[in-house]
Design a protein around this ligand. Structure first.
Ligand SMILES: [Zn+2]
Ligand SMILES: [Zn+2]
Length: 197
């Protein structure tokens, strides 16, 4: 893995420590994806851009399903952007109908982890409850999709302060994006993204 020029390391030790953190988050899918078969997608230029992308499949092997969650429009009346979902976000497999949870912003990501481990307030994002609806493609309205969850790690400061967290560094992502690709029209889009730190 290469680093772009914006990465400045104090010395070789700092650089190799950072490389170890990157290997950790690239080698281990965050715990919220535990219901899936997950495979990390390496950036083609091999340059670390502080994100990991995962190809996910149901335990039956199918990569196609629907995203279920809560439309932000119903929770925030002044929201006028494209259809976007808030959590808890799930994946409903097209092949075997299994429902697998993807993320809950109350539990997952930097703020959720800190709340569970050290106390605190958790993430300040909208979150739904009750019956969920099905996400539909911004372009064609269809709902059969493949899903590529994206996790951002802007820094690893907390791991530096709390070295015992190194083995779970992948759970301290500070931003999440649910990238989806429509099966009907091929359009790639975000079903929802959340600031989690
Ligand atoms: Zn399945
Ligand atoms: Zn479409």
């Amino acid at each position: 893995m290469e680093f772009s020029e914006e990465f400045q390391f104090e010395d070789e030790a700092a650089r190799s420590w950072y490389e170890r953190m990157v290997r950790q988050v690239q080698g281990h899918a965050p715990a919220c994806l535990r219901g899936f078969q997950s495979k990390m997608i390496l950036p083609s230029d091999l340059v670390w851009d502080d994100r990991t992308y995962w190809e996910i499949a149901c335990s039956c092997g199918s990569k196609t399903g629907q995203i279920i969650g809560y439309s932000l429009r119903y929770l925030k009346s002044d929201y006028e952007g494209p259809l976007t979902f808030v959590t808890p976000l799930g994946f409903q497999c097209s092949s075997c109908s299994l429902n697998i949870e993807i993320i809950d912003t109350d539990l997952h990501g930097y703020d959720g982890e800190c709340k569970a481990r050290f106390g605190g307030y958790g993430a300040a994002t909208y979150r739904g409850s009750g019956k969920r609806s099905v996400f539909s493609c911004h372009e064609c309205g269809d709902s059969q999709l493949t899903v590529i969850p994206c996790f951002q790690y802007s820094h690893f400061d907390i791991i530096e302060d709390e070295p015992e967290l190194e083995s779970v560094a992948q759970d301290f992502f500070d931003w999440f994006d649910c990238e989806v690709k429509c099966l009907s029209c091929g359009h790639s889009q975000s079903a929802g993204d959340y600031e989690l730190a």
